[in-house]
Design a protein around this ligand. Sequence first.
Ligand SMILES: *Cc1c(COP(=O)(O)O)cnc(C)c1O
Length: 421
Amino acid sequence: MDHFLYKDGVLHAEDVSVAEIAASVGSPFYVYSTATLERHFRLFDEALDGIDHLVCYAMKAASNQAILKTLANAGAGMDVVSVGEYLRAKAAGVPGDKIVFSGVGKTADEIRVALQGGIRQFNVESEPEMEVLNAQAVALGMTVPITIRVNPDVDARTHAKIATGKSENKFGIPIARARSVYAMAAALPGLEVIGIDVHIGSQLTDLAPFEQAYQKVAELTETLRADGHDIRRLDLGGGLGIPYANSNEAPPLPSDYGDLIKRTVGHLGCEIEIEPGRLIAGNAGIMVSQVIYVKSGEGRDFLIVDGAMNDLIRPAMYEAYHDIVPVVEPAVGIAQQPYDIVGPICESGDTFAKQRMMPPLKSGDLIAFRSAGAYGAVMSSEYNSRLLIPEVLVNGDQFAVIRPRPTFEDMINRDTIPSWL
Ligand SMILES: *Cc1c(COP(=O)(O)O)cnc(C)c1O
């Protein structure tokens, strides 16, 4: 459930009319709902009631500092995958001891910045990374808490581009090699082995792969403890899916996920971390766009809108489905018609939906792409020299621009011309 509903015939974000925001900031833009962000965070937090835990928001899903601050104020830690995310989280006021550093390719420079700025733990993904982290920690006279990300070889049954827990994926160390890698880590003076990390993929709509992975983590915990390691923290990753189509799609609830965690690893007495991204931000954001032209093609009508694949790449990249709704509520019982909804970019991949049934629309009408809060604005680019679009945050009856639309000068003046030209 989210807070984007029709009120008085116009789509609202909480108590603010989306049409009013459009009049103020222009089109296209992203808008997020504070109440939805907070609600989704709380669902996870409450799902782990009764066990020592920290919900670390995977900020790669939507990383505007206003979003981070909203979630941090609600009690969230952060999961970061680059030094840029680390610095952004710090800038939003998140203390280092609530930031977890994940990622398969952390550089020595990234590691050093996080060690100096303070970190809750590193989730280490390979032996060479372990060596670099150890060397950096030793050089700074520190001992850094680590978990090691294991690859449980579980099929997450999600889109191939966002599955991460199969042995052929680049992530983690094979679980079969875990004992020797943990032994190696324990021998390094700059590292303190405190736990195990796992993350098997994103947009999982079934709990079974989580169950398989967490059972393997539970077994590994016992094995590593028998080997003498003090395993006291389990980072169980993110990945719970959201409903993208408003129809009958019903992914598992955070409460079911929390019960599964308690059932599979609850008896171990470990502190639990989870790293949800999509489920917190996905349905907390929409992208609003305006119809430029309605163009009649051979046997089909195209709705050419001012948002494009550079603003929201999920349909082009993952064949993702987004519900698309008019901002002005259609009259009850109005006949719908099929449209191909496309952006202005010079690629056929710049298609949001084919033969989508919509009420009749005309040039100037606003539409909203629902469930665009996660992996939306963060994946945008300036392809075709299009400006990054603004982000707006709503809270009750207030709204604020949290990232303004740049000017064309801002964009163009970033290029520098070599002296020989
Ligand atoms: C992407 C990612 C997440 C978040 O995944 P969601 O599907 O957005 O919940 C969590 N942990 C790690 C290590 C990730 O790479």
